[in-house]
Every structure is written in structure tokens, then in C-alpha cells.
Ligand binder design. Structure first.
Ligand code: RUB
Length: 331
């Protein structure tokens, strides 16, 4: 977005957008809640009086938030959750529209937090005494499952892989160990060698396509492949707003690529200017490798993802303009 579009966006909103882009706010669920919070702040701080101007201001805020990271579908889903209700509200006054944004943003945040708690409750039922669990990256939904299992007194151990290059596995380690869960950090390269001791794998999701494929942190599909080879159940814990409605109409999920400096240091890059680095930060796990997806509305097999999409988002909610075919093509 050009400077003009940013000029009247409040600093707090710009800071949230930057925090998402630079991964100080990360993880699909937190990104979605932060986006909703940013929209609420934007509405609260808006000082104009014209309802149409308010709408274009909120469109600009949406564009800014959507430009931060491309993969986690929770972000556009959160933004359109608010924008859809704003657009369908009667433009009585800016005060009224502001109230709509604030209420709907709060509603999304609350719904999201409840979903994570419900997934924890449902997912914890899959953990049995003596289980050894493996997880990849840092997922609030997976942490919720494991903490809930601990609350219920289940005795289990966790392997958290490091998740290079950004080491989100260390966040998982800290979260779980501070909760009294028996957790061991392993390098990503040790996944195959520990898998024979593992009973269940749990990972989160950034996006779920209508065919049940799961997009999550780079390395997830390798973990899934190894789990499949050793017949270890592979569970995905994901709120329903991680399902991508646009995949139902053929849109692909964009896999974010980040700076080479996340893989090797800037100094090293300067010394080796011709080095080529590829840093995709998510990958796609096909539905064949996924045992089940744990959502807040129940545990579903991956191939039923399209039903969740039509159930939760409604058949006509994908933002596709309805157009008849040209007259000459009509039958
Ligand atoms: C985070 C990541 C997480 C999912 C699910 O990637 O891939 O596994 O977002 O997390 P990044 P949650 O660190 O690049 O944002 O369950 O917290 O939504």
C-alpha cells in the first residue's frame, strides 16, 4: 500500500502490522486475534464523520493487515469476519459503524480463544497414560491440548523439535516445561530416529485446503511422512477459521518465502554474495498422511474439510462475484 493509504492509520495499528510481518506476533491464531484487535483500535481511533470515508479507511486498514504475511488463512478470515459485518451494517453514522467493528472484532477474539480451549479439551481425550508425543513448531492449539491432558493428570512425554530456522520449538519447550510437562528438545534431523518411540504426533495449522491438505510450518510434511512410515497417528489441531474458503473455488494457498538471513547470517551472506538460499517457511502435508483434524466443532477426517467450509463459511461466502456467462456462451 502507498504512503497515502497509510497516512491516517493510527500508529498502534502500524505497530501491530509490523509485529506480524517481523514475526514478533506469530502463530496463525495469534495473528488472527492481533488483526481483529488492530481493526478494533483503528475504529476506536477514527476521528472522521463520514460513513463512506470510514468504510474506505477500514478497507485500507484491512489491506495493510492482509499484506503482512501471506500464508495463514486465519488472517484474511479474521479480517473478512469483521469487514463483512461492517459492510452489511446500515451506515447510519460513523459512531454506529465504529460500534459494529468494535463488537465484531471482540466477538472474533472471544470466539477464537474459546475455540483454542475447546480444541484443548477435545484433543486431550486422545492422550493416554504412557504416551510419547512429538510436536513441530509452536502451536497454541497443540499446547492447549497438551496442557489440558496434563490438567487431567495424564502421564506423557513430549518431544519438541527445534523447528529451524526460527526455532519455534524452543517456545514450545518453554511453554510445556513451565507447565510441568515432561518435554525434550530435539534437532529437526532427529525426528526419524525418535519416531519409533513416538505414539502420536500433534501439529497446528496455518491453513487447511478444501481437500484436507494442511499447510503448516516448514518441515511438517517431513514429520508426517516419517510418522506415516512408522504408522504413528498424525493429528492436526486447528480452529475452523484456519480452513481456507477460497480453496473451494480453486485458489491456491501462497507459501511464504522469507529472507536468506534467517538461514545464514548477514555477514556470511556478505562474504558469499553469490550464494543462493531458498527459505520457504511453510509446507503442505497431503491428507493421506493425516489421521484426523481436531477442531472446536469436533474431530474430523481430513477429507471432510469441504463440509466444514460450507458449514462454517456458508456456500456463498467466498467473495466471488456472481456473473452469468456471456450471452453467446449461454446454453
Ligand atoms: C507458526 C506455525 C504454527 C501454526 C499454528 O508459524 O506454523 O504451527 O501457525 O499455530 P510462524 P497456532 O511461527 O511462522 O507464524 O495453533 O498457534 O495458531
Amino acid at each position: 500500500m502507498g504512503e497515502a493509504g497509510l497516512s491516517n492509520i493510527p500508529d498502534e495499528v502500524l505497530v501491530i502490522a509490523d509485529d506480524i510481518r517481523e514475526m514478533r506476533i506469530r502463530g496463525a491464531g495469534r495473528i488472527a486475534r492481533a488483526a481483529a484487535k488492530a481493526m478494533k483500535i483503528a475504529a476506536e481511533k477514527y476521528s472522521g464523520v463520514d460513513a463512506d470515508d470510514f468504510l474506505s479507511f477500514m478497507e485500507n486498514v484491512s489491506k495493510l493487515l492482509l499484506s503482512t504475511r501471506p500464508t495463514a488463512v486465519s488472517l484474511p478470515n479474521a479480517v473478512s469476519y469483521v469487514m463483512r459485518r461492517l459492510k452489511s451494517a446500515k451506515a447510519i453514522s460513523v459512531d454506529y459503524l465504529r460500534k459494529v467493528v468494535i463488537e465484531v472484532a471482540d466477538e472474533f477474539i472471544q470466539m477464537s480463544n474459546i475455540a483454542v480451549g475447546t480444541i484443548g479439551e477435545i484433543g486431550s481425550r486422545l492422550i493416554e497414560d504412557g504416551d510419547v508425543v512429538l510436536t513441530h513448531c509452536h502451536s497454541t492449539a497443540v499446547v492447549s491440548v497438551l496442557k489440558k491432558a496434563k490438567d487431567k493428570g495424564r502421564e506423557f512425554k513430549v518431544y519438541a523439535d527445534e523447528t529451524r530456522p526460527r526455532f519455534q520449538g524452543r517456545i514450545t519447550y518453554r511453554d510445556l516445561s513451565s507447565y510441568g510437562i515432561d518435554v525434550t528438545l530435539i534437532p529437526d534431523s532427529a525426528v526419524a530416529s525418535v519416531m519409533r518411540k513416538v505414539d502420536k504426533v500433534f501439529v497446528g495449522a496455518d491453513a487447511i485446503a478444501s481437500n484436507g491438505a494442511v499447510v503448516n510450518k516448514i518441515g511438517t510434511s517431513q514429520v508426517a511422512l516419517v510418522a506415516y512410515k512408522y504408522s504413528v497417528p498424525f493429528y492436526v489441531a486447528a480452529e475452523t477459521y484456519k480452513f481456507s474458503p477460497m480453496t473451494l473455488i480453486g485458489e491456491l494457498i501462497v507459501i511464504e518465502e522469507r529472507s536468506p538471513a534467517e538461514i545464514v547470517s548477514r555477514e556470511w551472506l556478505d562474504k558469499h554474495p553469490n550464494i543462493r538460499v531458498f527459505n520457504p517457511v511453510f509446507d503442505v502435508t497431503p491428507p493421506e498422511y493425516i489421521t484426523a483434524i481436531i477442531t472446536e466443532i469436533g474431530i474430523i477426517p481430513p477429507h471432510t474439510a469441504s463440509l466444514i467450509l460450507t458449514e462454517v463459511f456458508g456456500a456463498k461466502s467466498y467473495g466471488v462475484e456472481e456473473k452469468p456467462v456471456e450471452e453467446s456462451e449461454q446454453v
